[in-house]
Write a protein that binds this ligand. Structure first.
Ligand code: SF4
Ligand code: SF4
Length: 472
């Protein structure tokens, strides 16, 4: 692997930084949760990496590893390459080739028989593994836009997640990935919110709600036998609890029977980003078991892209948990409330022009594209599409867990040029998204490119348009 394309961005050659892992080892907690989260140990990593690679390659991965014909069509799909068209290391195919060449050398027969012909290669040591880390964590937001534009069906984001998982197993990960994974293993949520903080924040929002709507309004916690188990993103507790209040107002107006669980409320899942299926299973199982414990009849996921994909789809596979309950997004519930006349709205309360950003994990990996539009057309006076949209929309820049990886921020913002141009062309004052990651990703783009707009969520716009019956 010593012969490599030089990266003009410098990202690929960023040094191996294992400070957080080393600190954790010094503090006597080299691994948490039954040793699942590994810390970096110098030496012997290449052998372990190759052993894991051989053991974990599945049929869908093998297809994506072998089907590429190097036509280059995926290049124009990637916001990194569009922002850096002179840098071949920003093309999806080059990124995928970094794991593909190792697969060919050690697993596929072509590379074992004729490595020079198959362009096979092998990592020489930890520095090569670190370079691989910088590619799969630092230069790809796992948005899957290239996947949708590959004529051979190659899923580059799948290969990226797979490679991230191998490196996570060795502790060769960005510091932020290590820290967030550790927090989610140790506390059950990725922002390390304590149970006291959780309950106090809910109590505070409940008091505000009752001040507005009267003593009958509630934000229930651990109430059994409800129709809805409502699960949230820790960001809502830590930074923006207004979104919980918006949901509570709407549930109150619709007469919904609902509750938050005291444990198992985090619908986000860093296992999707780190490639750690064991973490993915642990977090999703907490949530599914909470629904069972409280005898809820459905699981509803607040606005979050990767949380929706993890909880609605991947979590059942990672955890081997039989899906017993309908599992859906709050936006699908909002659309149903509007259709059934359970809530009344006035679009005249949202007069500013609004556009909609499709979160990658919801549109491309979740197939939830029309529901948010149907809701926004009901609650906003001026809804306008950005282009391209739906499954062809571009990433907010914050996908793939990149918001937790400060070292890759300059390149991420540079790649946000495409998103900035898309947003600007709408001339909207508000960009609406149904994802907390996208709020921060879009917020960074808006600030960096000096755009005159702000980010809102579907819940906020519906809550603002809500017409409450007199006396409620
Ligand atoms: S479009 Fe598909 S087949 Fe063509 S280079 Fe990209 S990944 Fe390979
Ligand atoms: S998944 Fe997205 S960011 Fe990653 S290579 Fe493909 S288009 Fe680029």
């Amino acid at each position: 692997m010593s012969r490599r394309t030089k990266s003009p961005s410098g990202v690929i050659d960023a040094p191996l930084d294992v400070a957080a892992q080393a600190k954790a080892r010094e503090e006597g907690r080299p691994s948490v949760r039954d040793g699942r989260l590994k810390t970096y140990e110098p030496g012997a990593n290449v052998g372990r990496f190759l052993e894991l690679l051989g053991r974990r390659v599945s049929r869908p991965l093998a297809v994506s590893l072998t089907a590429c014909v190097h036509c280059g069509r995926c290049a124009e799909s990637c916001h990194y390459f569009l922002a850096r068209p002179d840098d071949p290391t920003m093309t999806p195919v080059w990124k995928a080739d970094q794991i593909r060449k190792i697969f060919k050398r050690h697993v596929d027969w072509t590379g074992r028989v004729a490595p020079w012909w198959a362009k096979a290669g092998t990592p020489d040591g930890d520095e090569d593994l670190n370079r691989l880390k910088n590619v799969v964590f630092g230069a790809c937001s796992a948005c899957r836009r290239c996947t949708f534009n590959c004529p051979m069906g190659v899923d580059t984001a799948l290969l990226v997640r797979f490679t991230r998982g191998l490196l996570t197993e060795l502790g060769i990960v960005p510091e932020g990935v290590f820290n967030v994974s550790r927090d989610q293993w140790e506390t059950g949520n990725q922002m390390a919110v304590t149970e006291t903080d959780f309950l106090e924040t809910i109590e505070w929002m409940r008091d505000d709600l009752r001040a507005e709507l009267g003593p009958g309004a509630d934000i229930p916690v651990d109430r059994p036998d409800c129709d809805i188990l409502y699960t949230i993103n820790p960001r809502e507790i830590k930074f923006d609890p207004r979104s919980i209040a918006h949901a509570a107002r709407i549930f109150h107006a619709a007469g919904a029977s609902w509750t938050l669980p005291k444990w198992g409320w985090d619908q986000t899942n860093f296992g999707l980003f780190s490639g750690d299926d064991a973490l993915g299973a642990y977090v999703s199982r907490n949530l599914y078991e909470a629904a069972e414990r409280l005898r809820a009849r459905r699981i509803v996921i607040s606005e979050c892209g990767h949380g929706y994909r993890s909880t609605r789809w991947e979590g059942y596979t990672w955890s081997g948990y039989d899906q017993k309950l309908p599992t859906e997004s709050i936006v699908a519930v909002l659309r149903r409330y509007l259709e059934e006349g359970r809530i009344v709205v006035d679009p005249g309360r949202n007069l500013e022009p609004v556009t909609f950003h499709d979160s990658c994990n919801i549109a491309r990996s979740g197939d939830l594209v029309e529901e948010p539009r149907q809701v926004l057309r009901r609650v906003c006076a001026d809804f306008r599409e950005m282009h391209p949209n739906r499954q062809e929309n571009f990433c907010c820049t914050g996908g793939g867990g990149l918001l937790a990886m400060a070292e890759y921020r300059p390149l991420r913002l540079e790649a946000g040029k495409v998103k900035a141009e898309q947003l600007k062309a709408t001339e909207a004052a508000l960009v609406c998204t149904m994802c907390h990651n996208c709020i921060d990703g879009l917020g960074d783009v808006i600030k960096h490119y000096h755009l005159p707009m702000r980010v809102v969520q579907v819940l906020e716009l519906v809550s603002r348009a809500l017409v409450l019956p007199a006396g409620s």
